[in-house]
Design a binder for this molecule. Structure first.
Ligand SMILES: Cc1cc2nc3c(=O)[nH]c(=O)nc-3n(C[C@H](O)[C@H](O)[C@H](O)COP(=O)(O)OP(=O)(O)OC[C@H]3O[C@@H](n4cnc5c(N)ncnc54)[C@H](O)[C@@H]3O)c2cc1C
Length: 457
């Protein structure tokens, strides 16, 4: 007889794992089924491995620049094999940790490819055999895959995706990165620090096009110092792999040469065709359509994370998972404002933003004041020689509420949760004591500047 669960979750990435754990903590019997590795893209081919690589790159750059702080390090070399071994060990340790967490929370973590044949009937294929589960509620969290350019398909050797880029056995002399979004820019920082000549080609008019224009300009300027060239407003049309290095042609006929071509033009939702067809899920292209409770067009079937194409961020998926876990276990919750989910980019320097951007405020016709503060005027940042950085805080003049914060600079990603606490109300001096000397004081200064005379109201 098929085993019965209150909730079955397909996919154990950040979205699926968090949803399953919270459902179990809320008293439900839960099975989470994963076809590859627990932790999903985030732990195995995304957030964590890339941050491990960036940590090594950051250390290498710091060692090279140590002379400016009076520390002479005569030779600095990188050991790529050791970097990859460290990365793999970290991933393995976290997988073990997640498996232990699943056990501690009485979640049934199962290995296999799962697909729904009905809303309450799930088949699991494991090593050639198929078993069946019965469930009252189903949560789909199967994630996403890299977008492939039809004219420049991945071959895993010359034209690669972020997955291969996380494990190249050698640093190429040169790499063209197609796409100047988050992953493309983070990869550029790693490979340039390791000595590769990097050129980013971005079709839109700036790097990091989802951020305000000043962010793209600042990052482009800092990237030049790292030997990263940026070509914006132009598309790559073809890659000729018959030569070595490969020849990359742009739409204006400019030709670049590179040993590797990393295509990072975004990710697209993925769900097994069997599941989508059997349940007749309403889709928007490859994305599953959900309502504000994350319920799909089929009652009792929910979806979260990359597969619903909302944030394409791990913490976006986990925030959605918290809501869906309540709804799948008898509660009733909706998602709060997506603008309040911070965006984080681990470039050199980092970028983080929360709330509304200046671009969005303009589109919405808001009358705003933008307060600025600069790393080069901040004691801690100067002490650490981290001079490239700027914080902007946006006030809606009609309400005096802070509506958005964007921060570029070292460790910016660590401060964005603090910045989030400013949003939705006027900034009041003294409400938060910003310790001195810390980089967080740039947020205080930018907030004061945004408030202007309203600070005294
Ligand atoms: C290089 C890179 C760097 C990134 N860096 C960051 C970052 O710094 N910060 C950040 O917030 N986000 C980052 N992301 C994005 C983040 O990884 C994703 O947004 C997040 O993993 C999405 O979580 P998810 O649970 O929706 O899907 P996933 O993490 O993709 O997990 C889905 C899981 O479902 C499994 N699955 C799919 N189909 C089935 C099936 N039929 N049966 C069983 N299992 C199935 C898959 O094997 C996978 O493990 C990065 C992504 C990449 C590629």
């Amino acid at each position: 007889m098929a085993e019965h669960f209150d909730v079955v979750v397909i996919g154990a990435g950040p979205g699926g794992f968090r949803a399953a754990r919270r459902c179990a903590q809320r008293g439900a019997s839960v099975a989470a089924i994963e076809k590859e590795y627990v932790g999903g893209t985030c732990l195995n081919w995304g957030c964590i491995p890339l941050k491990v690589l960036l940590a090594s790159a950051h250390t290498l750059l710091a060692a090279k620049q140590a002379g400016q702080l009076g520390i002479d390090i005569p030779t600095v070399t990188c050991n790529l094999q050791k970097i990859h071994e460290r990365k793999d060990a970290i991933i393995t340790a976290f997988r073990k940790g997640m498996t232990a967490t699943a056990q501690a929370n009485k979640m049934n973590l199962m290995q296999g490819r799962a697909f729904a044949v009905a809303a309450n009937k799930i088949k699991v294929e494991t090593n050639g055999s198929t078993s069946e589960l019965q469930t009252d509620r189903l949560i789909l969290a199967p994630g996403s895959v890299p977008v492939e350019l039809p004219a420049i398909p991945f071959d895993g050797q010359t034209v690669i995706s972020s997955k291969e880029a996380l494990s190249l056995p050698e640093i190429p002399e040169s790499m063209v990165i197609i796409g100047g979004g988050i992953i493309g820019c983070e990869m550029a920082c790693f490979y340039s620090a390791m000595g590769a000549k990097i050129t980013i080609v971005e079709a839109l008019s700036q790097l990091l096009p989802m951020e305000d224009e000043w962010v793209g300009r600042l990052i482009e300027r800092e990237f030049r110092k790292l030997n990263i060239d940026s070509i914006t407003g132009r598309k790559v049309t073809s890659v000729d792999k018959t030569t070595s290095p490969a020849r990359i042609t742009l739409e204006d006929s400019q030709i670049l040469e590179a040993q590797k071509v990393l295509v990072s033009v975004g990710r697209k939702p993925f769900v097994d065709a069997e599941t989508a067809d059997a349940l007749k899920l309403r889709m928007n292209g490859p994305a599953i359509v959900v309502n504000d409770k994350f319920e799909t067009s089929v009652p009792g079937v929910y979806a979260v994370g990359d597969v619903i194409a909302t944030t394409f961020l791990a913490h976006g998926a986990t925030t959605e998972a918290e809501v869906v876990a309540v709804n799948a276990t008898g509660g009733d919750q909706t998602m709060s404002d997506y603008h309040l989910i911070p965006k984080v980019i681990f470039t050199f320097p980092e970028v983080a933003s929360v709330g509304k951007s200046e671009k969005l405020c303009e589109e919405e016709g808001l009358d705003v004041t933008v307060g600025k503060a600069f790393f080069k005027a901040n004691g801690r940042a100067v002490a650490h020689n981290m001079l490239a950085g700027q914080v902007r805080v946006i006030r809606d003049n009609a309400t005096n509420n802070i509506v958005g914060v964007t921060m570029v600079g070292d460790m910016a990603t660590e401060f964005v949760a603090l910045a989030r606490t400013l949003i939705g109300k006027p900034y009041k001096p003294g409400e938060i004591t910003f310790p001195h000397p810390t980089i967080s004081e740039t947020i205080e200064e930018a907030a004061e500047n945004a408030m202007g005379k309203a600070l005294l109201d």
